[in-house]
Design a protein around this ligand. Sequence first.
Ligand SMILES: [Zn+2]
Length: 99
Amino acid sequence: MMKCPECQHDVSEAARTCPQCGHPFVDQPASTADGSTSAARKWILIVFNVIVGLWFVSEIVDYIDGNNVYETDVLESLAVLIIGNLVLGGYKYFRQFLK
Ligand SMILES: [Zn+2]
């Protein structure tokens, strides 16, 4: 038995929540599922950023070299990069790096 940190009620160690006050003792099952989802999403995000990032860089390099690349091509790849990250939730990961 252990004591609930919230209400000091004696609770079985197997219990996921306190039967008295509902205080959670272990991570919610939802967060574990969320963890694997975000891990998969992180890889999709990395692959996406590598591919689109290379495209964006190549457009800029071509543009600087003057290889018949228009500003719209550069902006198009940049737009795909930004929109893709917004859709995939990449801003959350970038926010982690900014902390
Ligand atoms: Zn409790």
